[in-house]
Design a binder for this molecule. Structure first.
Ligand SMILES: *Cc1c(COP(=O)(O)O)cnc(C)c1O
Length: 381
């Protein structure tokens, strides 16, 4: 059976009624025959049939043993971190990390005695040298947000494991339609399902998948102990989004490549960041580990100022100015003043987020219209 068929048919039909869509079990509790005698469900924080359908689905998609659904991507990251490290341990995280994860790591975990070091994991030598005896977890994104850095997941998994550390990968940008970090050697995958998996800009959700039973049991324990679970209705929405994930990701990638090629030739553009371009620093690694290059394109302007970037992001009409990404409608965003403003400017510049950097979430419109929209915005600067 081919991948897409397998995905669609790993969404269960309802054995009770034959409903083709997974029912929304909007219930807090389940009636028991005798104390502890039930049909596998006793309380919806612990387990819920709609959420379970989503959790089984993401585990299948990512090739893991256990899937978990949380109320947001950050709640998923939080549960994974608390399942894998404790006071005195160190996390090595990619320097171009999602702004919200940076805030959580730097302002919350450090208060609990966890050390964090940020490293450019594109450079395997630098990465290997950064690991110490107390490194218990390596945390990367590939591609990253917003500069589309690509790290060699298989190589990083090998190095991390030799030093006794686990590897967690935030696979939000690539999605399982393009990349399976567990098959490349990672131990844990997380998603902000708010983005491509939900796919319609209508919910906040997070998913985690563990490869081993041991890790799966630890995450299950934290999920139930701290309770940051996804609701039955939102679980159902994410399932519905995943039904068309493969189709959407192909079109997002096709449109994004057209936009990236247009930007590459534009006289007002300084640099384009897209792993599908042959001049991307790690294009070869992307080719090796991704089936598709995804829908996010970032670029900087020759006039490298916050003012010029502001003129572009307020000059488009199809690309809506908004945080987030991965929906049907195209979005644009200015990381330095929006998604990444909680990162100190020096560190921001170091990780490649210049003042004029603009991030596009290329949607499912016609590519020609999107290119014309950008051309109109450029003509204003
Ligand atoms: C949005 C995002 C998150 C956080 O997800 P939420 O659902 O907003 O909590 C984490 N990682 C990446 C790469 C993201 O883009």
């Amino acid at each position: 059976m081919k991948e897409q068929t397998r995905i669609i048919h790993s969404i269960p039909t309802d054995p009770l009624t034959g409903a083709i869509s997974v029912p929304i079990y909007q219930t807090s509790t389940f009636v028991q025959e005798a104390p502890g005698v039930h049909q596998g469900f006793d309380y919806s924080r612990t387990n819920n049939p709609t959420r379970k359908a989503l959790e089984d689905l993401i585990a299948t998609l990512e090739g893991g043993n256990f899937g978990f659904a949380f109320a947001s991507g950050l709640a998923a990251i939080d549960a994974v971190i608390r399942s894998t490290v404790q006071a005195g341990d160190e996390i090595i995280a990619i320097d171009d990390i999602y702004g919200g994860a940076f805030r959580l790591f730097s302002q919350v975990y450090t208060r609990f005695g966890i050390k964090i070091r940020y490293v450019d994991t594109q450079d395997l030598k630098v990465f290997e040298q950064s690991l110490s005896a107390s490194t218990k977890l390596v945390w990367i994104e590939s591609p990253t947000n917003p500069t589309l850095k690509i790290s060699d997941i298989a190589a990083i998994a090998g190095i991390a494991h030799r030093k006794g550390a686990l590897l967690g990968v935030d696979n939000t940008f690539a999605t399982p339609a393009s990349q399976n970090p567990l098959a490349l050697g990672a131990d844990i995958v997380i998603h902000s399902a708010t983005k491509y998996l939900g796919g319609h800009s209508d919910l906040i959700a997070g998913l985690a998948v563990a490869k081993s039973t041991e890790l799966g049991e630890k995450i299950k324990f934290i999920q139930n102990a701290s309770g940051g679970i996804l609701s039955p209705f939102d679980s159902w929405l994410v399932i519905r989004g995943i039904e068309t994930l493969d189709l959407r990701m192909r079109k997002h990638s096709e449109n994004a490549l057209a936009v990236a090629n247009f930007l590459s030739k534009h006289p007002k553009v300084k640099q384009v960041f897209y792993p599908g371009l042959s001049n991307h620093r790690n294009h070869e690694v992307a080719l090796k580990q991704q089936k598709l290059f995804g829908g996010i394109v970032s670029f900087s302007l020759l006039s490298d100022t916050i003012e010029s970037a502001t003129q572009v992001v307020t000059g488009t009409s199809l690309f809506k100015l908004a945080e987030s990404l991965g929906g049907v409608k195209s979005l644009c965003c200015h990381p330095a003043t929006m998604t990444h403003k909680s990162i100190p400017s020096e560190m921001r510049h170091q990780s490649g987020i210049s003042d004029s950097l603009i991030r596009l979430s290329v949607g499912l419109e016609d590519a020609d219209d999107l290119i014309q929209d950008l051309e109109n915005a450029f003509s204003k600067i």
